[in-house]
Ligand binder design. Structure first.
Ligand code: FES
Length: 132
């Protein structure tokens, strides 16, 4: 990498293709979030984005309380598309057990989007009083 992208600029000026191959297109999927009051919104998620990250692109993000998946604040209920979320990890299972998270809920910071058709209910909305 040259400073200020000089190499790429020179190649562009000389009509030579850059040496790096083109990146594959980024695949995004819509995710539907249902709020505790019944209203909903949709955002786009790249493959692998967590539900917390995807909800942050909307008006009412999932509440979070840690950065290491140990607090259990970011609980969600999967309404549809569970097969298009990353599987439960040992860390998520341990946090769910330690915090008494009901079996049917996932942690939004650990559940990643893999495909289309995911719809979830947010239990705790960022900035609002906790429901759990
Ligand atoms: S933000 Fe703490 S467990 Fe998800």
């Amino acid at each position: 990498m040259t400073p200020f992208g000089i190499r790429a600029r020179l190649k562009k000026l000389l009509n030579r293709a850059p040496s790096q191959p083109a990146r594959p297109p980024v695949v995004r999927h819509s995710v539907r979030f249902v709020l505790p009051d019944g209203t909903d919104y949709e955002t786009q998620a790249k493959v692998g984005d967590s539900l917390v990250l995807a909800s942050g692109r909307g008006p009412a993000p999932i509440a979070t309380g840690c950065a290491d998946s140990t607090c259990g604040t970011c609980q969600i209920e999967v309404l549809s598309g569970a097969e298009h979320l990353t599987p439960l990890t040992d860390a998520e299972a341990a946090t769910k057990a330690a915090k008494g998270v009901p079996e049917h809920r996932r942690l939004g910071c650990q559940a990643g989007v893999l495909g289309a058709g995911v719809s979830v209910r947010i239990i705790n909305v960022f900035g609002e009083e906790a429901n759990v």
